[in-house]
Design a protein around this ligand. Structure first.
Ligand SMILES: NC(=O)c1ccc[n+]([C@@H]2O[C@H](COP(=O)([O-])OP(=O)(O)OC[C@H]3O[C@@H](n4cnc5c(N)ncnc54)[C@H](OP(=O)(O)O)[C@@H]3O)[C@@H](O)[C@H]2O)c1
Length: 241
């Protein structure tokens, strides 16, 4: 029987590539999103992948959303915590709203989502939890105190949860993408990308969403059961840890 995979923020950017790659690898896939119905409808029409709208920064919305996915497709065996946002500004100008939005969406969501599926995974003695952190959670980034804090938190979450569940057939891993060619990065001014970002990438280019999806499919596989608590960097050589 095909395993069920749920990808948050799975309708656009990196998440869309992950959803498609998991489907191609034989999983039954559900993709969630926040509010961009047009993008979600287009994604659904193109891929046939089921889409669900809820806010991952709300615990109650996640509880309801996961219940719906499980009623439609069956128990979630692979959870990909991918949904994320940026609200960049220097810390001395950062508002509480900018801080809370990024912490709640990029870190709080890992609690909100994983808490819904962990008990079922423990009971069935199988699970894969894969969270998309960031190079900027590893090394810090100017203008991203909120984002870097949240993404570093994703890595700590991953390590602690991996320890608690290593005996139970559940693996918990993080992926740290470098700069990937999605709308999030296309929002960075072109001259900043060309002058400041790409020259720092030894591979001399942005990554493609499919290159992150490949790492997710690898970690999700039944055969990857001995890989847990790891942080996999996929960044074109930009930062080596
Ligand atoms: N792009 C990069 O270079 C890069 C590098 C390192 C890490 N990352 C991380 O990779 C992940 C995906 O990034 P991306 O570039 O693919 O982003 P993106 O193109 O902006 O897509 C973000 C996705 O997340 C969803 N989302 C955002 N806030 C949400 C919320 N509160 N509840 C539910 N869904 C929400 C969006 O839904 P809507 O379509 O409804 O808005 C969308 O599907 C993020 O965690 C990001 O931090 C990205």
């Amino acid at each position: 029987m095909a395993r069920v995979a749920l990808v948050t923020g799975g309708t656009r950017g990196i998440g869309a590539a992950i959803s498609k790659a998991l489907k191609a690898a034989g999983y039954k896939v559900a993709a969630s999103y926040a509010g961009n119905d047009a993008a979600a409808d287009k994604f659904k029409a193109e891929t046939g992948i089921a889409v669900y709208k809820w806010d991952v920064s709300s615990f109650e919305a996640c509880a309801e959303g996961v219940k719906k996915v499980e009623a439609d497709l069956g128990p979630v065996e692979v959870l990909v915590n991918n949904a994320g946002i940026t609200r960049d500004t220097a810390f001395h100008k950062m508002t509480l709203e900018q801080w809370n939005a990024v912490i709640n969406t990029n870190l709080g969501s890992l609690f909100n989502m994983t808490r819904q599926v962990i008990e079922g995974m423990r009971a069935r003695k199988f699970g894969r939890i894969i969270s998309i952190s960031s190079i900027n959670g590893q090394k810090g980034q100017f203008g991203q105190v909120n984002y870097s804090a949240a993404k570093a938190g994703d890595i700590g979450f991953t390590k602690a949860l991996a320890l608690e569940n290593a005996k139970g057939g559940i693996t918990v891993n993080a992926i740290c993408p470098g700069y990937i060619n999605t709308e999030m990065v296309q929002a960075v001014p072109k001259d900043v990308l060309e002058k400041n970002v790409i020259p720092q990438i030894p591979a001399a280019r942005l990554g493609e969403p499919e290159e992150i999806a490949r790492a997710v499919v690898f970690l999700a596989a039944d055969e990857s059961g001995f890989i847990t608590g790891s942080t996999l960097t996929v960044n074109g050589g930009q930062y080596m840890v």
